[in-house]
Design a binder for this molecule. Structure first.
Ligand SMILES: *Cc1c(COP(=O)(O)O)cnc(C)c1O
Length: 228
């Protein structure tokens, strides 16, 4: 290991910041869950965070998660894993087997494939819809104006267990208006889980109602490889 990172200490600091942000927003303590984003980190780095007592993790690639997590889940059976990166339909079977929540449902073909696989495998997997909140060409997700129709299609046509929304705001902009918009779309669709906020802006996301924040580098330090 080249970088000397105390993930346990980082984790504690972030949990404290989360509690403070909840309090500042007038929210009940413990209403925001921390997803430790472990993409590019090796099994030993992840094990250190598991050993510190953390159980909720996110990965953005199915293949990479499949190479690390079956073993880690065998060691730490209560570990919970969220998929936070794009999913191709040919990897749905593997994703349903590996993940407890898929946060990146963004098209009918994918929604249909996940619903069918959940049914076939008899495994319960929570699904979030990814919203392309800044309407950026390079980002995945359903456009904000199409979100309501897509959410109801997932529920009614595909019988998919949709429980939340996820977004990644434009990198170079003030995230607050985007967080506010995602929370508004969630509220009007009766969705209680809101996944938004990363290392640089999780406290802002909490002020706008995030129930899950996704933090990578602030816990693990720099990424080990280039993820994209
Ligand atoms: C990598 C990643 C994160 C974590 O980013 P950091 O800036 O390292 O906290 C959060 N969400 C998604 C979708 C990611 O791909």
């Amino acid at each position: 290991m080249s970088v000397d990172v105390d993930a346990g200490a980082n984790l504690q600091t972030i949990q404290e910041n989360i509690r403070k942000a909840e309090m500042a927003a007038g929210r009940a303590s413990g209403t925001t869950k921390l997803i430790a984003v472990s993409k590019t980190q090796d099994a030993d780095a992840i094990r250190a965070v598991l050993a510190a007592g953390h159980r909720l993790f996110g990965e953005n690639r199915v293949q990479e998660a499949a190479s690390k997590w079956p073993e880690l889940k065998a060691e730490f059976s209560e570990a919970e894993l969220h998929l936070i990166g794009p999913l191709q339909t040919n990897k749905v079977k593997q994703a349903v087997a590996l993940f407890d929540t898929i946060q990146t449902v963004d098209r009918p073909k994918l929604a249909k494939a996940i619903a069918a696989e959940i049914d076939r495998a008899g495994k319960s997997v929570s699904c979030f819809i990814q919203v392309n909140i800044g309407e950026e060409d390079q980002k995945a997700g359903v456009a904000p104006r199409d979100a309501d129709a897509f959410i109801s299609a997932c529920r009614q046509d595909f019988n998919l267990p949709v429980t939340g929304l996820m977004c990644i705001p434009p990198a170079e902009e003030e995230p607050a208006p985007y967080f506010a918009l995602l929370a508004k779309i969630a509220a009007r669709n009766g969705l209680t889980e809101i996944s938004m906020g990363m290392s640089a802006d999780y406290e802002v996301a909490i002020a706008f109602g995030a129930t899950l924040v996704r933090v990578g580098t602030a816990i693990f330090g720099p990424r080990r490889t280039t993820p994209e």
